[in-house]
Every structure is written in C-alpha cells, then in structure tokens.
Design a protein around this ligand. Sequence first.
Ligand code: NAD
Length: 226
Amino acid sequence: MKHIVVLTGAGISAESGLKTFRDSDGLWEGYDIEEVATPQAWRRNPALVQEFYNMRRKSVLEAKPNLAHSALAELEGKYKVTVITQNIDDLHERAGSTNVLHLHGIITRSQSSLNPNLTYPIDGWELKMGEKCELGSQLRAHVVWFGEAVPMIEDAALVCAKADLFILVGSSLAVYPAAGLVNYVPWKVPKYIVDPNIPYLPSDFIKIEEKATIGVPKLISELLNE
Ligand code: NAD
C-alpha cells in the first residue's frame, strides 16, 4: 500500500475559525509570542500563559473540522496515511484521521511543568493555577513552546524519508525544526503544496494555490480515483 505523508500547519484550520500564527504581523491572537509561548514567559507570568492557552483551548473545542481535514481522513480508505501536524488543535482526529503525529503537542492535554513526558487529559477548557501533576508541580498546556525541544522531530523525519507521496498544507515553513522536514522527503517522491500564499520551497513541489477547503478535497479526489 502506498504511504502518503501529509504535513499540516495552522492554515488547514483557518477555515475552521482558528487564526493562523502569521495572520497579523507575527502576533498570535494579538499576543507577542515572547509573552505567552516561551519558557521565559512561563517563569515571568505563568497565570498569563495559562490564560492564553485556556482561551486557545476554548476556541479549539468550539471549532469543527473542515472539508480539508475530512478529505485527508478519507484517504485512509485507499492509502496508508500519516498526518504530521504542527497544529495543537485536535481537528484531524475529530475528522477521523487515525495516524496523527503532533509535533508541537496537543492543547486538549496538560503536561507536568517538571517532566514533559507526564501528560494528562483535560476535562473541559480550563486548566487552573493550583492544579498539579503527580510530582506536585503546576500543570501547563501540553504544547511545545518556542525555545523548547521538539521530541517528535526524529520520528517525523523518519516518516518523511519513507513517503511515497508528500502533501504540505497551510504552513509558512517559518518555524524550525518543523520546516526542515520537507528536506527529508526523497527527491523523486511526488510532492504537493496547498496554500493560497505559497512560501519559498524546493522547486519540485506541485503548487495548488488555493485555500485548504478547496485545494485539499480536489487533490484527494484525484488520488482516490487514481
Ligand atoms: P503560520 O501561521 O506560520 O502559516 C500559516 C500558513 O497557512 C501560511 O502559509 C498561509 O498562507 C496559510 N494559509 C492561510 N489560510 C489558509 C487556508 N485557508 N488554507 C490553506 N492555507 C492557508 O503557520 P505554521 O507554519 O503552522 O506555524 C505556526 C505555529 O503556530 C505552528 O507551529 C503551530 O504550533 C502554532 N499554531 C497552531 C494553530 C492551531 O493549532 N490551529 C494555530 C496558530 C498557530
């Protein structure tokens, strides 16, 4: 069975109502990332960081998967599919994808602030200050902050190296090491990108300059009819 590897970024969830990161001058929902998405921010003002991710979690829980997420899930009828996502939302899973690797964590889980391997489900949208892990440290969102290691990156690189076909959707390729994954896909493997504003890429990508809900279902229906 052919193995299709899909790398997704914030753009695939934009039409579900979740803003991309670089929509507004490098701000994320009006916040400078240095204030809310770094270990330094957590040390300076943990309550603000917690509140920021509580708000993001609330939006994620209210959002619904769109036609691009569900088209990718349909691919599993004919192909082996691995979705590698930079997104911290759970919209791929809710659309039915069964093999999703979250490079930057998932906001519906919490994480010990002492040991990143200790993660827990969160009941509802709010993670409160004072809620602790089994080691007695404050729980934070299970997301990878800027400046933190990306533990899944090696697994993701190995998956990319074994792809028979590669699809990139909605990523500005500005956040490393995730952006470097395209370089692990062997040169002869067919590669597609769906993005209304295509970033700089190796030249062998087939460019579909459309929004995800238009471009992804079109590409997937071609692949399903092959
Ligand atoms: P980015 O915001 O840097 O880039 C978004 C890309 O999506 C751009 O290339 C843009 O042209 C494209 N795009 C915008 N609307 C689109 C649409 N309708 N269809 C297809 N593409 C569209 O996103 P990134 O490269 O994923 O990096 C941002 C980082 O911030 C990620 O690492 C992620 O963890 C985090 N983030 C996550 C979410 C989420 O989980 N939904 C949202 C915002 C940011």
